[in-house]
Design a protein around this ligand. Sequence first.
Ligand SMILES: Cc1cc2nc3c(=O)[nH]c(=O)nc-3n(C[C@H](O)[C@H](O)[C@H](O)COP(=O)(O)O)c2cc1C
Length: 200
Amino acid sequence: MRLSGITDRLLKENTMIKILAISGSLRSSSFNTALLRAAIGLAFDNIDILIYDRLGNLPHFNPELDTDNPPAAVKDWRDQLKASGGVLICTPEYAHGVPGVLKNALDWIVSSGEFVNKPTAVISASPSPDGGEKAHASLLQTLRVMTAEIVEESKMLIPGVSAKLNKSGEITDPATAQELQALLNALAQAITIASLQFQS
Ligand SMILES: Cc1cc2nc3c(=O)[nH]c(=O)nc-3n(C[C@H](O)[C@H](O)[C@H](O)COP(=O)(O)O)c2cc1C
């Protein structure tokens, strides 16, 4: 599959759209991580989604270590963000908030600025009926403070997620798959537009 419209110009230049995908869960059988893996299968051919799976390796945020020469894991995290055109976050909600491991990772980026103007999509998924809406809202607030470009059409809540994936982590709910594909499309368009603005 191919994107149409404005992205054609970059496609002609054989440009890949690079998305860094981040799960807010460290759980091996995480629904949120499974959704990111499913997104890879739903993405257009010119979209390269890399799942960043080292959030758990990051040290606890300490402003004294928040320098241009940070701990190696932090440098790797910043480099991965720099190399991506956009970011896709999919997170659970813990105790009505953003999981600590994800907030910790974001705190390392506040000063270094890799999220500035970065097209970003935000999904929260939960077995509960509200889809982790409080964590979703809180995460948006943090990303806005960091001046990420929140892509309006790329905000998604997935309630009752446990009934929408099978045991292999594949999406069994067609509406969820469709919505996720539309979200990826909108994020890819935003990345393309940002990249064209940067070129001109
Ligand atoms: C400590 C803890 C707190 C939780 N708090 C919430 C919550 O506030 N809201 C919610 O919707 N789900 C909550 N849950 C349930 C998670 O949404 C559920 O475990 C989910 O599967 C975690 O995401 P994952 O499958 O990607 O690991 C909580 C789970 C744990 C372990």
